[in-house]
Write a protein that binds this ligand. Sequence first.
Ligand code: LRH
Ligand code: MN
Length: 432
Amino acid sequence: MTKHFEIHDGFVAEQNKKSKAWIKEDFDHLARKLERSNVDIENLVAAAQAFRVAVPSWGVGTGGTRFARFPGVGEPRNIFEKLEDCGTIFKLVRSTPAVSLHIPWDRPDSTTELREFAADLGLHFDAMNSNTFQDQPEQELSYRFGSLTHPDPAIRNQAIEHNIECIEIGRALGSRAHTVWIGDGGNFPGQQHFRKALDRYLESMNQIYHALPDDWRLFIEHKFYEPAFYSTVINDWGVSYYCARELGPKAFCLVDLGHHAPNVNIEMIVARLIQFGRLGGFHFNDSKYGDDDLDAGSIKPFQLFLIFNELVDAELGRVPSFDPAYMLDQSHNVTDPLESLMMSASELVRAYVQAHLINRQLLSELQEKSDPLMALATLKQAFTTDVTPILAMARERSGGAIDPIATYRASGYRNHKAEERPSVIGVAVGIV
Ligand code: LRH
Ligand code: MN
């Protein structure tokens, strides 16, 4: 295997020296400020260092829309180059040791070789993702009119077989969860029988459920529209929750933030799924209109904070079986995907740390005595606290970069990859 450029720990330490002084000053100032409200900054650094979010393999290549994709230079051309880029993100932000794969985009020739390659980069594999929303060249039957809910049992079986293959690949790679998102639905009234389609979904998912190893989880990902534009079989959290209950204790609901109609109260859906014991995980991203797959925290940072308020409340409240899987699911059309993923991972840690800053005892008292204004003010106090020094200190103490984007740009990683990976016209590494 030819030598590939990588950012070395020494270079990261070198770059950190440039910002060490100001980060220490800001950190000490924040420490004194938090001390006034009896908050020990060291607990927050520890929380930031412990936070983990998985990176989507399909997120390290440039994404696009139905109109166009404008590939950048040094695009990863195969799963090994995708993992190399995931390794670089992990090296700089330290909160992303896991990668979520998508099959067939990432189907390995050798699971042993891939597992070892990932391990050398300090990476392991999070939830697998199946794909019955596209037809593959060698595929016998088309998913044009659906997959797990298709009226034709042969097409349903083809989709079931594919999901079982994903689980087998995941088992060999050390993954412990499988995410099923299907685009099944209709573009016209009358196209689908709503109740029969859901019955077929459950019948198919039952077979996939029973192919799961004992210690695995099955994540059901709902989405209110697209690619179907009139009706979608698994369109909201309610039907996802019903299906999880019907399938069994290993089935959970996965919340992709972009899969809800504008202005839906997602933090309340999260609270419900926590209370019902079926919150499996997240695909974090942001959006303004549809499933825009924009960078997490880039459009609605307060909503992201409110979602983490519910998650941290459950974590501190020791809610039984609360163990959500955190993943990013984004499409980077106009930025360097690695910079967007590093920024997004850091914005999740920011929301997580800010949620730990909430004075929950005071909030509870204000809720009990119906003082809405001061309850909101208590949340806002945490949300408006700049925890940047804590995030930087946590990365630095974990061997990462105080300023990941600056360190990444200073390394010239992208230009090195442009030399190593001459762009091949027509090679798509994921979405579009
Ligand atoms: C569907 C989705 C799903 C993935 C795909 C890449 O919109 O969010 O999670 O399989 O994006
Ligand atoms: Mn998703």
